[in-house]
Write a protein of this length. Structure first.
Length: 202
């Protein structure tokens, strides 16, 4: 009569043992998955930053601009503007005060643009050297001009550097319209820079 009870007891012990093993394996799997996620998240973020962020200023870089440009061409926005900025006499700043000081100026320039152009409607890129690009979405020209005036007022209070600037609206959503807008903004920037040189000469 005791044999069935012994068998039942052995089976119960075996079941509990297997249940413990299964629980331990499940916990190990969860921990491994979490570790893999943490590794991917940390390294994925690092890889993303290397690909799309400028190390010095933490702005988006030219790769991000090319990526975002492709996306913008598929959207229908109320308005889309290109604004190009570069720092006046930046080569002279580097040559006379050194590259470390030049780097500080680039960081200050990035922060100045951040303070004026919020992330909601604007994306800021450092596209090379001392050249910055702002893409502004769904705003009117008078709003844009007010932002540029705000930037000008900041410059009047700080004598460390000045921007030359140009802007243009994108009038369509194919490659040609984007290229024309960028070219028009670039031409306005150099006209701005040239006018300053004339004033200096006079």
């Amino acid at each position: 009569m005791k044999t069935p009870y012994i068998i039942l007891l052995v089976l119960s012990i075996c079941f509990l043992f297997l249940l413990c093993i299964a629980t331990i394996l499940f916990i190990i799997k969860i921990l491994r998955t979490q570790n893999e996620y943490n590794f991917y998240f940390k390294n994925g973020t690092r890889l993303y930053n290397l690909a799309f962020k400028d190390d010095l200023t933490d702005l988006f870089n030219r790769n991000a601009y090319i990526r975002d440009l492709a996306k913008l061409k598929t959207k229908k926005l109320k308005s889309l503007w290109f604004l190009i900025f570069d720092i006046d006499d930046f080569k002279l700043i580097n040559d006379t005060k050194g590259h470390l000081f030049g780097d500080e100026i680039l960081v200050s320039a990035a922060n100045r643009l951040r303070n004026v152009f919020d992330e909601k409607s604007h994306t800021i890129y450092r596209i090379g050297g001392d050249e910055f690009l702002v893409i502004s979405k769904n705003i009117f020209e008078d709003e844009l001009v007010n932002l540029l005036l705000e930037l000008k007022n900041i410059e009047l209070k700080n004598s460390d550097f000045r921007f030359s600037k140009g802007y243009s609206i994108v009038e369509g959503y194919n490659n040609e319209f984007f290229d024309i807008a960028f070219d028009n903004a670039d031409k306005m920037l150099y006209a701005d820079k040239k006018s300053k040189k004339k004033i200096e000469l006079n």
